[in-house]
Design a binder for this molecule. Structure first.
Ligand code: SF4
Ligand code: SF4
Length: 117
């Protein structure tokens, strides 16, 4: 069976952002809404308008959809149905634009930042 990794290298050997930030999910994107794709059973509901990926609401965040070891090998088990928050989070310099949040998350896990500012 073919595995679906978070992205092509180097994200598939990282996963730091999935285990560091609170990952918000817009209400319209969960599959309990028409056209929504993100599995609702993976959502933490703090109230009707505040949703995030389960596990990322804690003080030691780790998204419920993340499998593997951060910094070694990871995959997103809902990659095709992940929220826009994840889709819009760019690997630093992936599109010739730095992302300090990517660098920050990697730094927390002792991984080298991609950016030179
Ligand atoms: S922290 Fe950066 S390199 Fe690591 S998985 Fe997230 S986007 Fe990819
Ligand atoms: S849904 Fe997937 S890409 Fe988004 S934080 Fe969770 S594991 Fe990472």
């Amino acid at each position: 069976m073919q595995e679906t990794y978070i992205r092509h290298s180097p994200c598939e050997r990282c996963g730091a952002c999935c285990a560091f930030f609170r990952v918000s999910v817009p209400t319209a994107e969960t599959n309990d809404a028409a056209g929504g794709l993100v599995p609702a059973d993976m959502i933490f509901f703090s109230n009707s308008s505040q949703r995030c990926m389960k596990g990322t609401e804690t003080t030691s965040p780790r998204c419920i959809a993340l499998e593997g070891n951060v910094g070694v090998r990871v995959k997103c088990t809902i990659y095709e149905n992940r929220p826009s928050t994840c889709r819009n989070f760019s690997l630093s310099w992936e599109h010739n634009i730095g992302n300090r949040l990517c660098d920050k998350a990697r730094g927390v896990f002792g991984l080298q930042a991609f950016s030179q500012y």
